[in-house]
Design a protein around this ligand. Structure first.
Ligand SMILES: Nc1ncnc2c1ncn2[C@@H]1O[C@H](COP(=O)(O)OP(=O)(O)OP(=O)(O)O)[C@@H](O)[C@H]1O
Ligand SMILES: [Mg+2]
Length: 222
């Protein structure tokens, strides 16, 4: 099959409804709240609690979650193989090698950017272990649109929680390239917010995040 990509003329089409008009209707701006941290640190729990709070306050928010995205947009090679065959799965499936993780986060960043342009407070819950990938998304987005929240918890705490049994599998060598075990987690250097999930309950953390969003003017005051 010949590669026709050079013949494709791709142009940006201007939206008929502007971002500003959408934000005016929502009563707040769109942005991306990017939760990052080790598996089991509490990203999904926190993102969903904040989402619940914002939704209850009449704000427009949505969660993009690591596990869910790997069922569809960034399906694994094994899932794609079942549906579309081996060649397709090899070409488009995403596993957990460093290159695949990079592409996983790049695609999510692009989706989160679209959601922010739609005026949504977009909450993402991905380990996103590599600093360069997170910084890449920050650089793509408009200034102020990317709010990096480091959900901090020591590896021992996350490993003790281990709700999916992943650390156990990684320690047994059944899972390769597992963040914190045999793949690095690069802590954010200048995140907008650091929350400690070993010290605070998820509910307390959700309040800390909501307060921060209010103070930063990302959401209206209660
Ligand atoms: N602040 C907290 N204090 C104590 N336990 C918590 C806290 N936040 C979450 N948990 C618990 O820790 C476990 C892991 O939480 P969660 O699934 O949200 O982590 P995660 O960061 O999304 O992990 P993964 O990257 O694997 O998806 C769950 O059992 C959850 O109930
Ligand atoms: Mg999660």
């Amino acid at each position: 099959m010949s590669d026709t990509s050079e013949n494709v003329d791709v142009r940006w089409h201007q939206h008929a409804v502007s971002r500003v008009e959408r934000e005016k209707k929502h009563g707040h701006q769109g942005c991306v709240i990017w939760f990052t941290g080790l598996s089991g640190c509490g990203k999904s729990t926190l993102a969903n609690l904040v989402d619940h709070t914002l939704h209850a306050r009449g704000l427009q928010s949505f969660v993009l979650d690591g596990d869910n995205v790997r069922f569809g947009l960034n399906a694994s090679p094994s899932l794609l193989k079942e549906r579309h065959g081996e060649d397709f799965a090899k070409r488009f499936g995403l596993g957990f090698s460093s290159l695949d993780r990079e592409e996983n986060i790049r695609r999510i960043g692009a989706v989160a950017e679209l959601f922010a342009q739609a005026g949504l407070i977009t909450l993402t819950a991905f380990i996103s272990p590599y600093r360069s990938d997170r910084d890449g998304i920050r650089a793509r987005l408009s200034k102020g649109d990317f709010v990096e929240v480091f959900v901090k918890a020591p590896l021992e705490v996350c490993e003790r929680r281990d709700p999916k049994g992943l650390y156990k599998k990684a320690r047994a060598g059944e899972l390769k390239n597992f963040t914190g075990i045999d793949d690095p987690y690069e802590e954010p250097e200048n995140p907008e917010l650091v929350v400690d999930s070993a010290l605070h309950s998820a509910e307390e953390l959700a309040e800390i995040v909501s307060d921060w969003l209010e103070k930063a003017g990302k959401i209206p005051k209660k």
